[in-house]
Ligand binder design. Structure first.
Ligand code: NAI
Ligand code: SOE
Length: 368
């Protein structure tokens, strides 16, 4: 695993927990080697996250014979090089989102893993939330009829205070984009997973805090990425919709939602109430029409592996444990993972189109 920050912790926990939740496990992840920016950081990460060894030499780590799987949890700008070297050495790869800082790099990464014939996954973990997988089933079963439109949001407030430092997420060279790629990509993944390919977008964006202090200093530097965007979207299947995301919505902490309307009903999901899915169906008596709240539990996707009662509370960690299970199961069964680099690449093309549309202020085609 390369990078032992926020995501490094979540992934390490998932590898340790996988056999506890999914037994017999399709494969047992062995935490062999963790890479960090410096040797002391790597040693500490190995001890803290339960890895056999730590190193600051990512090239040697990625190409080591004893390594079967490479997990990329670094800032976005470091994803591509690590993935290309790992693919060239036949390693199965899971890479955090967004796959790369731009869509052309994501395309090159996809080509490399396909050429190498390895299993590859993009870490869009929110789609593994049991309520989201259940929504997919309800839509596939036709419970809400034909989908008409999709509304998705991802609203946060962690850097709303202008004194929040200019970390790598506020630097275009290191992140690629701001809210569009960082949190918008999760909503784009929901839209693609639940409805289909996005064909056209028309978007606008804002940078509200234009200068932020460098970490550990009062020196102010320019922020060259978006803090917020709103986009209209048209799906290849003819449906329409909207996606919006911001980092400057005081009171909204991790408000990742979708609402889908169909010819026979509607579905509503709010990650801040992630054990719930709300369903409204047309063939309900007029005086009882409205949203029913379904609490996920043993009768829902992954229910037999998670907790033995409805609404006991699945958290962020469980979405990562399910992600690890699906990835290692794909390796054990020698088949492609879901979501794969194809999903990472397609999302990158939508991010690219949204960013381009914010520049020209008009409808923009999503490139294939
Ligand atoms: P972070 O800043 O918390 O951690 C990144 C780690 O990478 C740091 O510990 C840093 O020291 C290390 N690092 C930097 N340069 C390195 C190098 N050359 N070699 C080895 N390690 C190096 O960042 P965070 O939040 O963990 O984000 C990492 C990735 O995960 C990003 O691509 C981000 O978009 C994605 N992410 C995904 C989430 C999800 O829900 N799927 C949630 C948060 C982040
Ligand atoms: C910050 O916006 C962040 O950590 C994103 O990078 C993640 O992808 C999201 O899951 C939580 O918020």
């Amino acid at each position: 695993m390369i990078g032992a920050g926020f995501m490094g912790k979540a992934h390490a926990l998932a590898y340790a927990s996988l056999p506890m939740f999914f037994w017999p496990a399709p494969a047992r992840p062995v935490r062999a080697l963790v890479v960090e920016a410096t040797e002391p950081q790597a040693r500490e990460a190995a001890e803290r996250l339960g890895f056999e060894r730590g190193t600051d030499d990512w090239q040697r780590a990625v190409t080591a014979d004893e390594i079967d799987v490479v997990d990329v949890c670094t800032p976005n700008f470091l994803h591509k090089e690590a993935v290309l070297l790992a693919a060239a050495h036949g390693k199965h790869i899971i890479c955090e989102k967004p796959l790369a800082t731009n869509a052309d790099d994501a395309k090159e990464m996809l080509a490399a893993v396909e050429r190498a014939g390895v299993v590859h996954a993009t870490a869009f973990n929110f789609r593994h939330t049991p309520a989201v997988v259940y929504a997919k089933k309800l839509i596939s079963d036709g419970v809400i009829g034909d989908v008409l439109d999709f509304r998705g949001t991802y609203l946060q407030d962690w850097p709303a205070d202008p004194s929040f430092p200019r970390t790598w997420r506020f630097d275009r060279k290191l992140a690629g984009t701001g809210a569009i790629g960082d949190i918008g990509s999760h909503v784009i993944d929901f839209a693609r997973y639940l409805v289909g390919e996005v064909a056209q977008v028309c978007a606008t964006a804002n940078t509200y805090v234009r200068r932020r202090p460098l970490p550990g200093s009062n020196e102010l530097r320019t922020v060259d990425v978006d803090d917020q965007f709103t986009s209209l979207i048209r799906f290849a299947g003819g449906q329409t919709g909207s996606i919006e995301a911001t980092r400057n919505a005081y009171g909204r902490h991790n408000y990742l939602t979708f609402e889908i309307h169909g010819t026979a009903g509607s579905i509503l999901f709010d990650y801040e109430k992630r054990d719930q899915l709300r369903l409204a169906v047309a063939d309900e008596a007029r005086d009882r029409r409205g949203f029913t709240t379904i609490y996920t539990g043993p009768d829902h996707p992954y229910g037999d592996a998670l907790w033995p009662g409805p609404a006991l509370g699945n958290g962020y960690a469980e979405t990562k444990i399910i992600e690890a299970y699906e990835f290692f199961r794909s390796i054990a069964e020698q088949r492609s993972a879901d979501p794969s680099f194809v999903d990472g690449y397609r999302a990158a093309r939508v991010v690219e189109a949204i960013a381009a549309s914010t520049e020209i202020g008009s409808w923009t085609q999503v490139r294939s």
